[in-house]
Design a protein around this ligand. Structure first.
Ligand code: COA
Length: 193
């Protein structure tokens, strides 16, 4: 799909296939060009405040490969997100299989991680609302779960704004090295019958 967008006095022309497009965002599969900006996001202390540690460049590269495989297999992943007005990559929002051992898995979860200059403008909520609709209605998933460490109130605010229901709390095994992040809270949305 060829899209032409006005960004102030600049015309941004992008030749991008978006899986999901909202008013301000394009959600798509990953390319190798996304690895460098995603590495920068994954190494930003502010972004990673509620994670046990920063992610290395190698981990980000592995993450991008995992997302590409997940998308090829299931037509969903944590999608790479572009701001349409600037044609600029700002992070990820999307759906992912979660199989770690816990009382709420296996499940499909909805997650988000954006560069700080994009925060506070409703982008996470806008992109995630479209992902929930895509997952529950287009892909006919029966349920989507969202989870966050209990101190991460920003992320929980997105879940509430999406209209998700609170399920409760659980101990995330990957957060064992950072006990201040447990328990995690989880929310859910089910497909309407
Ligand atoms: C969480 C994140 C994706 C939110 O992105 P965003 O585009 O700023 O989100 P939105 O603008 O759609 O909504 C954020 C909401 O949180 C609210 N918020 C911000 N800081 C908050 C805080 N400290 N406590 C409570 N709510 C807060 C905002 O006011 C807004 O709600 P409102 O619209 O009712 O005012 C972004 O902060 C991020 O990438 N964080 C780092 C990665 C991360 O923590 N991911 C989640 C892991 S569980």
């Amino acid at each position: 799909m060829l899209c032409t967008k006005w960004a102030g006095s600049t015309v941004v022309i992008c030749n991008t296939m978006y899986v999901i497009q909202t008013e301000r965002l394009g959600l798509r599969n990953w390319t190798t060009e996304d690895i460098a900006p995603m590495t920068a996001i994954n190494q930003d202390e502010t972004v990673m405040e509620y994670f046990p540690r920063l992610n290395t460049p190698e981990e980000t590269q592995d993450f991008v490969l995992r997302m590409q495989k997940q998308f090829a297999d299931h037509r969903y992943c944590y999608f790479a997100v572009d701001r349409l007005d600037r044609g600029e990559f700002i992070g990820f929002i999307g759906l992912m299989d979660q199989n770690f051992e816990s009382e709420i898995t296996p499940c499909v979860d909805i997650g988000w991680r954006l560069t700080p200059t994009a925060w506070g403008q409703g982008f996470a909520t806008e992109g995630a609302r479209a992902c929930l609709d895509y997952g529950l209605n287009d892909l006919q998933l029966s349920e989507v779960i969202a989870m966050a460490p209990s101190p991460n109130l920003k992320s929980q605010r997105v879940m509430i704004k999406l209209g998700m229901e609170k399920g409760g709390y659980f101990e995330h095994p990957m957060l064992t090295p950072a006990p201040h992040l447990n328990p995690c809270v989880w929310y859910f949305s089910k497909r309407k019958a």
